[in-house]
Write a protein that binds this ligand. Structure first.
Ligand SMILES: [Zn+2]
Length: 322
């Protein structure tokens, strides 16, 4: 087990989460053997720490300390990272959640990758999530991927790789990160919350995604989610109309709620309805997926209408056939 850098010196440097240790070790092996690809793509469910893994790797490569398995936190390069202005690192994220990444920042990022590193080492670029790039931004990035430059690494993080251009995907070395080991994730959560039982239950509710579970535990989003699921339950039992339900949901974040709805369906299909297969449930799940794609594409549908339509369809799932 490698020793971790002390926390005082790494105030804002990233360390991978414990469930990514094995992958981290293999990254280190690749670095030591000079077998690092020019472009990596980290995919997997949202809420498992792919972003942190990407940042930790970028920092590890920029760190100039020898024999270090993590960014050391004290070399000149790490000092620049800590100050947030390392000239050889470019991190692209949407300005706001749900917004697109446009062509200009991607062009700047490609320029950084093609120039000589100012600190003489690696040049690093991170885009997260990659599916946020619009078409022209993707095309600009593709050009840069066609001409890999020396010690340059592009790291793409994606929660929905199917929404990233297939050509870009084909140019990257892919790592599909699974849901973390349940025991490791529970232990990690319990260390933060001091309550193992609650941690375990919340991890289940977050379908095994520890960062989402932590968010639930540390905010009121767990309560909001419970309220949303209560609405969906009431609809199913005929205690609420689609119109009223839509009214209650229209002010919330649609993407978030669609995700909750999908988790809810998954639990229903693998639990309560496991022995009562319902084809309409799967059709409905497809509808949720396309609604989510629609919301994420930035088409900005009217939330009241979106939820009304979805809830009407939801009612149909449980209606007896005539
Ligand atoms: Zn360092």
């Amino acid at each position: 087990m490698p020793s971790l850098p002390s926390s005082e010196t790494t105030a804002s440097l990233s360390l991978p989460y414990p469930w990514h240790q094995e992958l981290w070790d293999s990254f280190n092996q690749n670095i030591e053997q000079g077998r690092m690809a020019h472009a990596l793509m980290l995919t997997g469910p949202q809420g498992i720490g792919k972003e942190r893994l990407a940042l930790a790797l970028a920092q590890r490569l920029l760190c100039t300390a020898e024999m270090s398995k993590y960014a050391c936190g004290s070399c000149k390069s790490c000092q620049l990272l800590l100050a947030g202005n390392h000239p050889d690192l470019s991190i692209l994220e949407p300005e706001e959640e749900g917004k697109r990444i446009l062509i200009d920042p991607v062009r700047k990022l490609c320029m950084l990758l093609s120039k000589t590193a100012q600190q003489g080492g690696w040049k690093l670029a991170v885009i997260m999530p990659a599916e946020s790039m619009n078409i022209s931004a993707s095309n600009a990035l593709l050009k840069s991927l066609e001409e890999p430059q020396g010690k340059a690494l592009l790291i793409l993080v994606s929660h929905r790789p199917g929404m990233v251009s297939a050509t870009i995907r084909s140019r990257c070395q892919k790592y599909n990160l699974p849901l973390p080991d349940r025991e490791i994730a529970t232990q990690w959560l319990a260390e933060i919350t001091g309550n193992r039982q609650e941690s375990e239950a919340t991890l289940d509710l977050a379908t095994g995604r520890p960062l989402l579970a932590l968010e639930y535990l540390q905010s009121d989003s767990l309560e909001t989610r419970r309220q949303f699921e209560a609405i969906v339950d009431k609809l199913r039992l005929g205690e609420l109309s689609a119109l009223d339900a839509a009214q209650q949901c229209q002010k919330q974040n649609s993407d978030l709620m669609l995700g909750w709805f999908m988790d809810y369906l998954h639990r229903l299909a693998t639990g309560e309805l496991q022995n009562k297969p319902n084809a309409r449930l799967f059709e409905f799940s497809d509808k949720l997926r396309s609604a989510r794609g629609w919301v994420l594409s930035g088409s900005n549908p009217n939330p009241q209408l979106l939820w009304e339509e979805l809830f009407m369809d939801w009612l149909q799932v449980f209606r007896r056939r005539a």
